[in-house]
Write a protein of this length. Structure first.
Lengths: 196, 242
């Protein structure tokens, strides 16, 4: 999860309309926002993300809180925009398979990372809507259980159950040979959810 | 912090209790790692436009200064300014009342009160007056003229038309035209041309009946036959004016 150094100063400057501060916030949260919306809105994720940022910018001067609160605030708006998008399009929410391949295969490592991300988002399609959203908010947005519950309007216990079942469903869906171990990423909290 | 990895998860009791084998857990960990991987360059495309659009939408919040003093209930106080205002108001009222008293437009009672008050400071203003009906005779005038009119009525040196004219003239304060030559007006002129004094009464009958002056009434009662001309003197309308 991206972190912003001196978040308070950056936020205060952004609330005054300083471009450099707005750019820091955008660079820090845009990737998470895109991935979340990619899992929620499919190929419309970039347009929806733009709407989220524009709306958030208009309301930014009135925001009060720390960095976790800002993240929850931002993803709450993203979720509302995603719901609005679904209402407008009246189509199935998830269309990850339609995501254009924006990564350049010649870019080497980043292309592989992009493919891994696409594969992961495709895997999330096997989950229910709530399970997928919980995973996106917990893993991609990096929100705590209470924050996810606040964003989704559910009880924290419900969020924990959804998260546990989602991870279990994802793990059960992998064939035994499909193991690409990566020891560099910490996911102990999700392991706890899975073991709960 | 615990790490999900093929090397560590086997020692985690929770993972062991989850009923999943190592490969499934490792695949899940890899999936989660892919979702949470650091930002990609392709995800930051269009940064300049996005930041410019956002900056244009940000309107710094102005610190609103609520007009709290406007909601305060002013405490009752009488500073010097308040006393000065009271004095100014009192002065304005005095000047206005004095001006109205000079103009004589105050009600009679107020005019009299103002007259008395201003008289003490050497200012003279008109006294209050009452409006009186123009045709209403005053008792005061009658009381003054009564003896005089009576004496005229009793005077034996005059009689007839001349006595009536004298009584009427006295009773009316000189306004009566009894006995005057009416030859130039209407019907009376023809009567007057006859030289008949009795016809003069016909001329005077054209006037509306008016109550006789007290003095005239007295003269009639005391003059006997001579008072007949006084009766015709109603044209004198023995009333006084204001």
């Amino acid at each position: 999860v991206a972190q912003v150094d001196d978040f308070t100063d950056v936020l205060e400057a952004a609330q005054q309309g300083d471009g450099w501060a707005v750019a820091i916030l955008w660079r820090a949260y845009q990737p998470q926002l895109l991935r979340y919306l990619r899992g929620m809105c499919g190929d419309a994720h970039e347009d929806v993300a733009s709407d989220v940022w524009i709306e958030s910018a208009a309301r930014l001067p009135r925001f009060r809180g720390d960095e976790p609160a800002f993240r929850a605030w931002l993803f709450t708006r993203a979720r509302r925009r995603a719901i609005d998008h679904h209402r407008r399009s009246a189509r199935t929410a998830i269309a990850v398979a339609e995501v254009p391949d924006v990564a350049d295969p010649t870019a080497g490592g980043e292309w592989e990372q992009e493919q891994a991300l696409r594969s992961a988002l495709d895997r999330l399609l096997t989950l229910s809507q709530d399970q997928r959203e919980v995973v996106l908010l917990r893993v991609v947005a990096g929100l705590e259980v209470d924050q996810v519950a606040g964003v989704m309007g559910k009880q924290p216990g419900t969020v924990r159950v959804l998260h546990h079942r989602a991870l279990k469903a994802l793990a059960a869906g992998f064939p035994a040979a499909d193991v690409t171990p990566d020891a560099s990423q910490p996911f102990s909290e999700h392991a706890d959810d899975l073991a709960a | 912090m615990q790490m999900i990895s093929p090397h560590s998860h086997s020692s985690d009791s929770g993972w062991q209790d989850s009923g999943l084998d190592a490969s499934e857990l490792a695949a899940t960990a890899a999936l989660l790692a892919a979702l949470a991987q650091p930002r990609l360059a392709c995800e930051l495309v269009g940064e300049d436009d996005a930041v410019a659009a956002m900056t244009a939408r940000i309107r710094p919040r102005r610190r609103l200064r609520l007009a709290i003093p406007a909601f305060r209930i002013p405490a009752p106080s009488f500073p010097l300014g308040g006393a000065a205002r009271l004095a100014a108001v009192a002065g304005c009222l005095f000047v206005a009342t004095t001006a109205a008293a000079f103009a004589g437009v105050l009600p009679a009672a107020a005019q009299d009160a103002a007259r008395n008050a201003l008289a003490q400071v050497g200012v003279t203003v008109p006294a209050g007056h009452t409006v009186q009906a123009p045709d209403e005779p005053t008792a005061t005038t009658g009381q003054i003229n009564g003896p005089t009119i009576s004496s005229i009525a009793k005077d034996p040196s005059t009689s007839g038309r001349d006595k009536g004219a004298a009584v009427s003239s006295q009773a009316s304060g000189g306004h009566s035209k009894a006995g005057a030559d009416h030859s130039t007006t209407g019907k009376g002129s023809s009567d007057q041309a006859k030289g008949d004094g009795s016809s003069t009464a016909g001329t005077h009958r054209q006037d509306p009946p008016t109550p006789p002056a007290p003095g005239a009434g007295t003269s009639q009662g005391q003059s006997g036959d001579h008072a007949q001309t006084g009766g015709g003197s109603t044209t004198g309308s023995a009333h006084t004016h204001g």
